[in-house]
Design a binder for this molecule. Sequence first.
Ligand SMILES: [Zn+2]
Ligand SMILES: [Zn+2]
Length: 82
Amino acid sequence: MDGEVFIGHHCPACGSTIGVAAGVGGPLKCPGCGGPMQAASGGPPTRVLANVTCKGCGSRFGMISVMGSDEAKCPSCGVSLV
Ligand SMILES: [Zn+2]
Ligand SMILES: [Zn+2]
């Protein structure tokens, strides 16, 4: 597979920020306005957790992104995933 994974890129035009996106060839396009995305340097930091299991409800997440300084929390039950 020739895909590339983009993490934490943001769009300078509309302010959209992505957690994780896969692109195949060419630059990543903004899901909001279709403009070019930029690397994370100017946007809020995003952390990505892979293959985590919630200690509260047992939900499994293959990949979950966390914006800025937010704590990684289970979207189902709110228990911290770290
Ligand atoms: Zn945009
Ligand atoms: Zn949970």
